[in-house]
Design a binder for this molecule. Structure first.
Ligand code: ATP
Length: 365
């Protein structure tokens, strides 16, 4: 196993002014690979920033350890770790030019003027800011300021770049552009990026692997496709993408094909190597797996349209499939197409392929 950066059984407690205790990290273990783009993804308060701060050395774990290539970093000050952090608010020096912002760390390190200028140029080129060196931060857009912050970190040639929601202040279009550029940049510089975000689309688009966190624990660690296609629990299924979740009892199983019966008597079919008759389980169907026209081998679910939402390229149909449970179906919008068919209150039959349905444990909450 690649043991580049290891977080071992890390726990972090905070004492609040109200006299309580918050467990920000609860026995977290994580092995981060050399040169990977790893995202820490989770809702507000799940502990992702705390984990990033502890890796950076701005905070310490209460218990557990952090090892870089097998050596503990416990007690190593932040500025002595071969890491650099890019913050959400850029934190540029407003009175310094772009070049001087980028070169600041090299000046402090006493690097010769000639080398410093070469490295600043190289870093500005890496982030697409060639020719911007003489500007002041206020003469740049938000996206350009974030590029300066990136260049300032990269110029120091860290082994790990820690990024704390660096794109969250940008508008949607600029975010999408920066997502692609950031991933390309990571490929070019070939170092490990640890990227904190609460935005699942961002994490899916950029990461080699994602660690999904909730309540100070890692819920799932895996490649974006694995996390999306095979969420391990209800939290991950709901947090990463949209899920239609059906809970019930497994009534029969033949080979890998099982039938689950929900409380309202609905029967759903899925395939799984796990689970046996009598077990409680949940079946997850993603919106893109629910179709309005079936094919051979598909299974039906009856429902009533409660809402149809036009989102440009497609319609999102909200379908009541019983007991108030709403399924979301995405239907590609066609000009002058099936408008009448989607009228609120109309009856629809949805179809899905059992192979597309994912089955998870029914953990008691
Ligand atoms: P966000 O996306 O909102 O930044 P997060 O996932 O990064 O959230 P953390 O900042 O790591 O979450 O916080 C984890 C938990 O620890 C939260 O419940 C938070 O209130 C608490 N916490 C963080 N810092 C402190 C502190 N200095 N003192 C007390 N509690 C803290």
């Amino acid at each position: 196993m690649d043991s580049f950066l290891q977080i071992q059984s890390a726990t972090k407690l905070y004492h609040t002014p109200e006299g309580g205790t918050v467990t920000a990290l609860d026995d977290v273990s994580l092995h981060i690979r050399n040169n990977e783009f790893l995202s820490l993804l989770g809702p507000s308060g799940c502990g992702k920033t705390t984990l990033l701060k502890c890796i950076a050395g701005f905070e310490d774990f209460d218990n557990g350890d952090l090892l870089l290539e097998g050596s503990s970093l416990k007690g190593t000050a932040a500025h002595r770790r071969p890491f650099n952090t890019v913050f959400q608010n850029y934190a540029l020096f407003p009175h310094l030019s772009v070049s001087d912002n980028v070169g600041y760390g090299l000046d402090v390190a006493g690097v010769s003027r000639r080398e410093r200028n070469l490295r600043v140029q190289e870093a500005l080129e890496q982030v697409g800011l060639r020719g911007f060196g003489a500007r002041q931060p206020h003469q740049l857009s938000g996206g350009q300021q974030q590029r300066v912050a990136l260049a300032r970190s990269l110029v120091l040639k860290p082994r790990v770049l820690l990024l704390d929601e660096p794109l969250s202040a940008l508008d949607r279009k600029m975010r999408e552009t920066m997502q692609i550029e950031l991933k390309a940049l990571q490929d070019t510089v070939g170092i490990t990026f640890i990227f904190v975000t609460h935005d699942q689309e961002e994490a899916l688009a950029m990461s080699d692997r994602i660690a999904v966190l909730a309540l100070g624990k890692i819920q799932q660690l895996g490649a974006p496709k694995d996390i999306y296609d095979e969420p391990v629990n209800e939290f991950v299924a709901n947090f990463v993408g949209t899920s239609n979740i059906f809970t019930g009892l497994i009534m029969s199983k033949t080979g890998r094909t099982l039938t689950l019966k929900t409380a309202n008597g609905r029967e759903l079919t899925a395939t799984s190597d796990k689970f046996s008759v009598g077990a409680r389980a949940r079946i997850i169907l993603r919106p893109e797996h629910l179709k309005l026209r079936g094919e051979d081998g598909d299974k039906p679910i009856e429902g009533t349209i409660t809402q149809s939402v036009f989102v440009g390229s497609e319609m999102h149909l909200h379908v009541d499939v019983g007991l108030g449970r709403i399924a979301i179906v995405r239907h590609r919008h066609s000009k002058g197409g099936l408008g009448e068919y989607f009228k609120q209150g109309s009856h629809v039959t949805l179809f899905y392929t059992p192979d597309a349905a994912h089955v998870i444990d029914c953990e008691e909450s």
